[in-house]
Design a protein around this ligand. Structure first.
Ligand SMILES: *Cc1c(COP(=O)(O)O)cnc(C)c1O
Length: 432
C-alpha cells in the first residue's frame, strides 16, 4: 500500500512515519517539513556495509554520496555508521569537516573544482582526490608541491556504459563532461602522466555510470571494463591500482511499479565479477568503494505540506495547491519525476480522485505531480509526498524568497530538528 516501508495508518486514520503521527509532526514543526527517518538511514548504511562484508570480505568502503542530502547531522550519522563520504564541492566538504567527519574517508569529486577548492581539500587532508581532467592534474601537482605533501589521487574514467536506456549500451558515452575516456586512450595517457608527476600518488580509478538504475547488468559490465583497464595500466605502465571506486546510482522505489534490484544482489554479482576479472587480468583484487546516495536517504524522507486552494476545473483537472513546491522539490519541474502522495489525515481512505499537485510559486510549471491518485483533498489537509529524502532538501532554492523548510529527524519514537526553518531574516542575510 505504501512505497515506504516505515509508513502505516494509525488508530485515528492518520499516516504514521516510523510510528509517529505525520499530522502531529506537521502541527508541531510547521509545514512544509522534511521528515527524515534516521532508523531507515542507519538500516540502509548497515545493509550496504554488511553486503560489502559478506561478498567482498570487507575489503572495501561504502562512501555516502552526500550531494543527495547534505547537512551536518547526516555526516555525523553516516560517520557513526562507519561509512566514508563523497563530496562535490568545498561547501559539502566544509559541512562535513564542521560536523567532525574524518577527512581521510572523503572522496572529492567534480569536473571543474576550483583552485581554492583543491587547496582547501589538500589543507583538510582529504583522503582521495578524484581527478577529472589534465588541467586539474597539473594544478593539483603544483598545489601539492606548495603544500609540501603528495596528493592521493584516483582518476575518473568513462567506462563507456550507458545505463540510462532500457537495455543499457556498452559503447559511446565519450560525450560526457565527466572524466577521461577509455576508448581514445586518454585515460591511460593521464595515468601515465601522473606517474611522472612527483607530488601525486596514484591510488586508483573511479567510475559512476548514472543514477536511479534498476538493473544490475550495467554495474557488472562497468566493473569488468574497469578491472580490465587495471590490467592494462599494470602491463603498460607498471602501476598497481589499489583502489577501485565503482560509484553509485542504485535505484529506489518512488512509485509502486518501481522495482529496484535488491542491493545485496548487486554486491554479490559485482564482487564476483571483480574477482574473476582481476584473476584474468593478472592484478590483485582492489580495495573497492561504492558510493550510494539516493539509496541511503531517499526512502527515508517524506515531505509534509498543508493543502491550500483546491481548484476543480470541470472536464479538465483538479489543482490541489500546497504551501511548498519547486523550491523544496524541483525534481518534477526538472525531470517530471513521479512521486507517491497521500492525504496524511485520511491515509486509510481509498484514493478516489486523480489530481495535479501544484506548488505556491509564480510559475505555471511549479508542480509536484500530475495525474496523481489521491484521497479527497480539502484546504487544511496535510499532504505527504513519499521518498523525498534524496535530491530535495539538497536541491532546494529560495525562489520567490520562500525560505527553505526545516528538516526533522525521527529516531526510535523521538523527533528533533536537525536543520531549522529559514526565516525572513535568513533571506536577507547576505543582502547589502
Ligand atoms: C551522484 C553521484 C553518486 C550517487 O548517485 P546516487 O544515484 O544518488 O546513488 C555517486 N558518485 C558520484 C561520483 C556521483 O556524482
Amino acid at each position: 500500500m505504501f512505497v515506504q516501508g516505515n509508513m502505516d495508518v494509525g488508530q485515528n486514520g492518520n499516516l504514521t512515519i516510523g510510528g509517529q503521527d505525520a499530522v502531529e509532526l506537521a502541527g508541531r514543526y510547521g509545514t512544509p517539513l522534511y521528515v527524515m527517518d534516521e532508523d531507515i538511514i542507519r538500516e540502509n548504511c548497515a545493509a550496504f556495509r554488511q553486503s560489502m562484508e559478506t561478498y567482498y570480505g570487507g575489503k572495501g568502503l561504502v562512501a555516502y554520496a552526500s550531494k543527495a542530502f547534505s547537512c551536518k547531522e547526516i555526516y555525523r550519522i553516516v560517520g557513526d555508521e562507519g561509512l566514508g563520504i563523497d563530496v562535490v564541492s568545498g561547501g559539502e566538504l566544509y559541512t562535513a569537516i564542521s560536523a567532525g567527519f574524518d577527512p581521510a574517508k572523503v572522496f572529492f569529486h567534480g569536473n571543474n573544482k576550483t583552485v581554492e577548492e583543491l587547496r582547501y581539500a589538500l589543507e583538510c587532508g582529504v583522503g582521495y582526490l578524484v581527478v577529472d581532467n589534465l588541467a586539474e592534474l597539473e594544478t593539483l601537482n603544483q598545489l601539492a608541491k606548495t603544500a609540501g605533501r603528495r596528493a592521493r589521487v584516483l582518476f575518473r574514467i568513462k567506462p563507456g556504459i550507458d545505463a540510462h536506456t532500457h537495455n543499457f549500451i556498452r559503447t559511446g558515452q565519450i560525450d560526457s563532461k565527466f572524466g577521461f575516456a577509455l576508448e581514445t586512450g586518454e585515460a591511460l595517457k593521464a595515468i601515465a602522466m601522473a606517474k611522472e608527476t612527483p607530488f601525486l600518488e596514484y591510488l586508483g580509478m573511479h567510475c559512476h555510470i548514472g543514477s536511479q538504475i534498476f538493473d544490475i547488468a550495467p554495474f557488472v559490465a562497468a566493473a569488468e571494463v574497469m578491472v580490465r583497464f587495471m590490467g592494462q595500466v599494470k602491463r603498460e605502465l607498471g602501476l598497481e591500482t589499489r583502489v577501485l571506486n565503482l560509484g553509485g546510482g542504485f535505484g529506489i522505489r518512488y512509485v509502486q511499479d518501481n522495482n529496484p534490484a535488491p542491493f545485496a544482489e548487486y554486491m554479490r554479482q559485482v564482487s564476483a565479477q571483480v574477482k574473476i576479472t582481476a584473476a584474468e587480468a593478472g592484478v590483485d583484487t582492489p580495495f573497492i568503494v561504492i558510493e550510494p546516495g539516493r539509496s541511503i536517504v531517499g526512502a527515508a524522507g517524506t515531505t509534509l505540506y498543508t493543502v491550500g486552494a483546491v481548484k476543480e476545473i470541470p472536464g479538465i483537472r483538479t489543482y490541489v495547491s500546497v504551501d511548498g513546491g519547486m523550491t523544496d522539490n524541483p525534481r518534477y519541474i526538472l525531470y517530471q519525476s513521479e512521486y507517491d502522495m497521500l492525504v496524511a489525515n485520511r491515509a486509510g481512505e481509498p484514493k478516489a480522485q486523480t489530481v495535479t499537485v501544484a506548488g505556491r510559486c509564480c510559475e505555471s510549471g511549479d508542480l509536484l505531480g500530475e495525474n496523481v491518485p489521491l484521497q479527497k483533498a480539502q484546504p487544511g489537509d496535510i499532504l505527504a509526498v513519499c521518498a523525498t529524502g534524496a535530491y530535495n532538501y539538497s536541491m532546494a532554492s529560495q525562489y520567490n524568497r520562500v525560505g527553505r523548510p526545516a528538516v526533522v529527524m525521527l529516531r526510535g519514537g523521538e523527533s528533533r530538528v536537525v536543520v531549522r526553518r529559514e526565516t525572513y531574516e535568513d533571506l536577507v542575510r547576505c543582502d547589502l
